[in-house]
Design a protein around this ligand. Structure first.
Ligand code: SF4
Length: 415
């Protein structure tokens, strides 16, 4: 049978997509690269934002119009089943039922799982960049978030199972591991382990690889900060943190039901920059959350000016189904739009300013991906993108010749 997998969303979802591909290959399927050539299509959906959902619903309609069998996987079935049914989708596989793919291939309908499955016992297509999931779900109850409806409450995978998967991925040629989940900083709170323990165990593995630590909530990161800073000391860990703050106003953070303050975010970011001056700080901001005043928004801009993140992902608030915020009064769309424009512009200014600090610096790196604009992509020790002329899979020393908004244009000095 010829199978096609199309995946959307975050690194966690991409990790599921690798398991879907690994299982299909184990079941004797041929993986094809276009839907036209497929007998069955696995669409690994994301439901984090309304705009993404719209795109996916349109995609499903287009695939169904090809008279293809489409299995909708990922988070959307548990975030907005109603719209999926309207789009004509008929078959679904939730994020805890990947082990049921053989049943799907036999034409059976698979109900939503009632319990967690051990994803580290399932086959996985790792590749040179391997997303490794460390847990499912979170301990939050954020008013705007639909992801929680799909991924549920925290379920940490066993440390030894994760390390085994990392060892397998490295053995199969992975040079970059992404430790991923909804909130990596709460890893192990339900199993007697911790993220620093996990990082230390993974970085003690042999091999020429680096590790990117996925998204952490500021409050949870603050709770493990000293051990986390120490675990990041390994040369194998990218000096990169992704800590969504969402707003600079504690009033808005309270309405969002976030479990941290703006000061917690500053504290974590400054601690990492203090210990690792090159550390990349990436954050997320939601503008236009119900009740956000002009003063609240100014606090968000002021926080960004103080912390000066390398990356600011700005999103306009948009209600997600079955969330508390969906019942709240929305701000006028032109207000939200104007704030999004202003916040995004500040984010870009800060990104370019941070990138300019690296002009003239030299880094050793591995060419891991092709760049859309030509050349290859490697990563600096702080995970900044280095774009240069080179061959995939080769190691290089490069010098940064020009800072661009999203990357550092570089030239290879030797390899
Ligand atoms: S921590 Fe909040 S934003 Fe993150 S997945 Fe959980 S509920 Fe959603």
């Amino acid at each position: 049978m010829k199978a096609y997998v199309e995946s959307y969303g975050c690194a966690h979802n991409e990790s599921d997509a690798r398991i879907i591909k690994g299982t299909l290959l184990q079941e004797g399927c041929e993986l094809v690269t276009t839907p036209e050539g497929a007998d069955i299509i696995f669409l690994n959906s994301c439901g984090v934002k309304h705009a993404t959902e719209r795109k996916i619903l349109d995609r499903i309609k287009a695939l169904l119009a090809m008279n293809k069998r489409v299995i909708v996987c990922g988070c959307l079935p548990k975030i907005n089943m109603e719209q999926l049914l309207v789009a004509g989708a008929k078959e679904f596989l939730d994020t805890d039922s990947l082990s049921k793919i053989p049943s799907v291939l036999r034409g059976e309908r698979v109900p939503f799982a009632q319990s967690r499955e051990d994803k580290h016992s399932l086959p996985c297509e790792y590749g040179p960049i391997a997303p490794i999931q460390i847990s499912e779900g979170c301990l939050g109850n954020c008013a705007f978030c639909g992801t929680r409806n799909a991924r549920g409450r925290l379920h940490s995978y066993l440390l030894e199972d994760i390390v085994r998967s990392c060892r397998s991925a490295i053995g199969l040629g992975a040079r970059e591991l992404w430790l991923t989940s909804e909130d990596t900083a709460i890893y192990g709170l339900d199993s007697g382990s911790s993220l620093p323990d996990l990082i230390n165990a993974v970085t003690s593995l042999d091999g020429g690889f680096r590790v990117r630590i996925g998204m952490m909530n500021p409050g949870a990161a603050k709770a493990i900060l000293p051990q986390l800073l120490d675990a990041y000391a390994s040369d194998k860990v990218y000096k990169f943190i992704h800590i969504p703050v969402q707003s600079g106003s504690d009033g808005v953070l309270g309405a969002m039901r976030r479990q941290h303050s703006a000061a917690d975010f500053s504290l974590v970011a400054k601690a990492f920059r203090g210990r690792y001056p090159d550390c990349v700080v990436s954050t997320d901001i939601i503008v236009g959350f119900p009740g956000e005043s002009d003063e609240d928004f100014q606090e968000t801009l002021a926080l960004l000016e103080r912390v000066r993140p390398d990356v600011t992902n700005t999103s306009k608030f948009c209600p997600r189904p079955n969330t508390a915020a969906a019942l709240m009064d929305k701000l006028p769309s032109q207000t939200t739009k104007a704030r999004s424009v202003e916040c995004s512009a500040l984010g870009r200014k800060l990104s370019l300013e941070r990138n300019r600090l690296f002009e003239g610096r030299e880094f050793s790196t591995i060419a891991l991906k092709r760049a859309k604009s030509g050349g290859v992509i490697g990563r600096a020790p702080n995970y900044k993108q280095l774009i240069f002329e080179g061959e995939l899979g080769k190691e290089y020393s490069v010098r940064v010749v020009e800072a661009l908004l999203f990357c550092l244009k570089s030239e290879a000095t030797k390899h």
